[in-house]
Write a protein that binds this ligand. Sequence first.
Ligand code: HGY
Ligand code: MN
Ligand code: MN
Length: 416
Amino acid sequence: MTAPTDNLRINGERLWDSLMEMAKIGPGVRGGNNRQTLTDADAEGRKLFQSWCEAAGLSMGVDQMGTMFMTRPGTDPDALPVYVGSHLDTQPTGGKYDGVLGVLSALEVVRSLNDLGIQTKHPIVVTNWTNEEGARFSPAMLASGVFAGEIPLDYAYGRKDPEGKIFGEELQRIGWVGEETVGARKMHAYLEYHIEQGPILEAHDKPIGVVTHGQGLWWLEVTLTGKEAHTGSTPMNMRVNAGLAMARILEMVQKVAMDSQPGCVGGVGQMFFSPNSRNVLPGKVVFTIDIRSPELAKLTAMRARIEEEAPKIAEALGVGFAIEPVGHFDPVTFDPILVGRVRAAAERLGYGHMDIISGAGHDACWAARVAPTTMIMCPCVDGLSHNEDETITPEWATAGADVLLHAVLETAEIVG
Ligand code: HGY
Ligand code: MN
Ligand code: MN
């Protein structure tokens, strides 16, 4: 493939304006975003994205999971498309850039190709995956998991949010159930540009992360059954304390992760107490353990140790115990040829770069199961993400999108 010349760049100002415009939809309470999947805010963001894509001459296809595929035709109608994208849905206290940077940078690549009058052999498909975050409906990367054939469609449709709302019904309600069979599309390649969501690139003063691998993940949902009782008049030796069991299990998860160093993480982000009343011992506690590692053996060993020790903690307190995996993907190795193109593009464009393993999960982790895939990353200030204070600089945003332009062009093959 002929590499693009080093003066090919995107329009960084236009990209930044689009990011700020999208950030106005589903605003958070502290300057970030709360545009959770399948909410009215998500629907509004989808509409804005669709209008921008159609203004750039792209035609839309939507699959049964509501994933949006916006196509720029290539010169060879038989050539499989190069897919480029990420996600527009956010955490409840999310930042303005997680996912959105990748979707809008993919659009900026197309806008720049239009400005430059460049045609490619392969079509280019700008993609917005439904429910990457998994905050409202677990697991994360739900639509891309169905697309990769790893998650059944009816399982996805049946997922419930904390209020008991059902995924398939919510997708119907916002009017984004598409015609296309999920996974019917075949990809020549998939590229995703994303903020790092960690401290490494900023600490090394590198604007470009050449992502070689992605961590694997397990989400283990634990349900503890105690006995609702008065927090004041129930003697300590008569308590069946699900809250105490939860605390001890969290401590154990922390120890398992620390014992498994280097390269492992473990923790809990979501828990529910029932009846969640200040002066009632909880009858039920439900929480999700999130463990990750780039090494499959370590990830498997952490899960095994947690599943061995957690029930014993509950039993010692007379608390009922159940555990159910609600999210999983193995560590992923990205395509060496595409990784090489990203590295060469950063060199050609004069951007500092370093190889990095993705700590967060991404739709690319599932896409890699069905097509040659890779990612590009930019730094975050203080490595902060999944926080409304998530911040990047316009320079970082532009650098990664420039590299994305070059990697996409080399893969989609410039014509003429
Ligand atoms: O959980 C993750 O790593 C991603 O942010 N969904
Ligand atoms: Mn993301
Ligand atoms: Mn995220």
